[in-house]
Design a binder for this molecule. Structure first.
Ligand code: ADP
Ligand code: MG
Length: 460
């Protein structure tokens, strides 16, 4: 999805206040009637309707009058709320290009004030699986969009909590930086997903590291559940050095070579094809040089051309105490072995294990039963991070509900239950209205009007 953040600049405080009011209204309304938006936003000088029109123009809200008249947040509206919060917190101050489109997410580069590039992952849980369920039957009736917001927020919270906890236990994961709504900010992994890697220098070592990670995760009580070539990043020291050398040489060139101005002009004057050809030569020459310099630097400093493995993408992780844990564990391991066999032509003989060894390995693969003996990491550490056992159950139900193996009939009740559980009471909505109103009234006296607004909220 295209994320044009330019209009963020032109949105006023009132625009964001009304957008937030729509978000709050969606906690118990699929479509939020304009009067309710107006009441929640409580703009001092009125004008909610005009603001809503502006938000509509920027596609931040959607107007629907098919069942009853009201507004709901769009993906973009939700993105803007999260981005605005994170920018206000000083986490980043610019949004760059999109670097990934996952099944259930959009991934962008963002930059901090000092120019550090980070990664922002916007969760879109339900983009695929939820639609698949929904297309068969409208389980959530009028609750669909609300459900999307809730699930995406849960997925982000879970990913952030897991990334943080895993990082603290020295698992190779990106640094978890911050999280708001459906958005997670993490460090950028230099390198490529394994699926894009055609050749490895140290194939056996990389496979060993990857399988070792699945095993170590299980020893900590966790299973990744989506451990495949798309969620494993490979960083090569050589590639990084080459990039650094190319950039340094190009910068030196621009600074010192006067001829660059001439050639620059000739690119512009020449046909597009010629210019492209010249640029390619320019780049290739530097790449070759970069590789040579990089290699000699590695040799000189006695550094191996190691391939570092980083794992990403954690919203679907489960505990080893999960009823399908063994199946998920075996599937993760199998997926890796299959990929290595196909891509790197690694042949693994099925070991004929016997006795004690058979307990440790099954057909040359680590065995789940011998590993997952210690459970507790997930529950103890993650509940401290704000990601509760109930959150885990909710998201597991949904993720399983979205897979192909799902029994659609049984997920109907689960989703309905989930919607019931998620629906906030009127009392907490009233509390939210208060919070929103208080935000801008720090220096003002509380008027009696506030109480009348609460009463109105309760009626909804
Ligand atoms: P999804 O859950 O939708 O599969 P992922 O977290 O797997 O999303 O990310 C999708 C793609 O985005 C990855 O395959 C990878 O190319 C890129 N990506 C995600 N996180 C990072 C990161 N921290 N650094 C670099 N690239 C990343
Ligand atoms: Mg992924």
């Amino acid at each position: 999805m295209k994320l044009d953040v330019n209009s963020l600049r032109y949105l006023s405080k009132d625009d964001f206040r009304v957008l937030t009011a729509v978000e709050m209204g969606m906690r118990n309304h699929e479509l939020v009637p304009a009067e309710l938006v107006d009441r929640i936003a409580g703009l001092r000088h009125g004008g909610t309707y005009k603001v809503l029109k502006n938000l509509l123009k920027h596609k931040l809200v959607h107007h629907d009058s098919s069942k009853y008249d009201g507004f709901r947040l769009t993906y973009l509206g939700y993105d803007f709320l999260a981005i605005k919060t994170l920018v206000n917190r000083g986490v980043f101050n610019a949004v760059g290009r999109q670097i990934g489109v996952g099944k259930e997410s959009d991934i962008f580069e963002v930059a901090t004030e000092d120019g550090t590039i980070l990664v922002m992952k916007l969760h879109r849980l339900g983009r695929m699986s939820f639609r698949a369920v929904k297309s068969k039957r409208d389980y959530l009736k009028h609750r669909s969009s609300y459900n999307w917001l809730y699930l995406s927020r849960l997925a982000a919270l879970k990913e952030f909590a897991f990334m943080k906890a895993l990082g603290e236990h020295e698992f190779p994961v990106p640094d978890a930086i911050d999280c708001n709504r459906h958005c997670v900010v993490m460090s950028l992994v230099q390198g490529y997903p394994l699926v894009q890697v055609q050749q490895l220098q140290n194939t056996d070592e990389v496979l060993e590291t990857i399988v070792g990670l699945v095993v170590r995760l299980a020893e900590h009580g966790l299973i990744h559940c989506d451990f495949n070539e798309f969620n494993i990043m490979i960083t090569r020291a050589m590639e990084l050095l080459t990039k650094v050398v190319i950039i340094s040489i190009s910068l030196m060139d621009i600074g010192t070579r006067s001829g660059i101005r001439m050639s620059h002009e000739s690119y512009l004057l020449g046909s597009l094809r010629n210019a492209k050809g010249l640029l390619a030569c320019f780049w290739l020459k530097r790449k070759r040089l970069g590789v040579e310099v990089g290699r000699s630097l590695l040799v000189e400093r006695n550094i191996d051309d190691n391939e570092k493995v980083t794992m990403i993408d954690f919203p679907q992780m489960v505990s080893v105490s999960h009823r399908n844990a063994k199946m998920y564990f075996d599937r993760d391991i199998e997926c890796i072995f299959k990929f290595f066999a196909k891509r790197f032509k690694l042949v693994y003989e099925d070991d004929e294990c016997d006795g004690a060894e058979a307990d440790e390995e099954e057909n040359g693969r680590p065995s789940f039963s011998s590993i997952a003996k210690s459970v507790g990491f997930l529950d103890r550490e993650l509940s401290a991070s704000g990601f509760t056992r109930k959150d885990q159950d909710d998201i597991e139900k949904f993720i399983e509900g979205g897979t192909e193996q799902t029994d659609i009939t049984s997920s109907e009740d689960e989703l309905e239950e989930q919607v019931q559980a998620e629906t906030e009471t009127d009392a907490s909505i009233v509390q939210n209205i208060d919070l929103l109103k208080l935000e801008d009234q720090n220096n003002e006296k509380k008027s009696k009007d506030d109480t009348s607004c609460n009463e109105n909220g309760e009626n909804d």
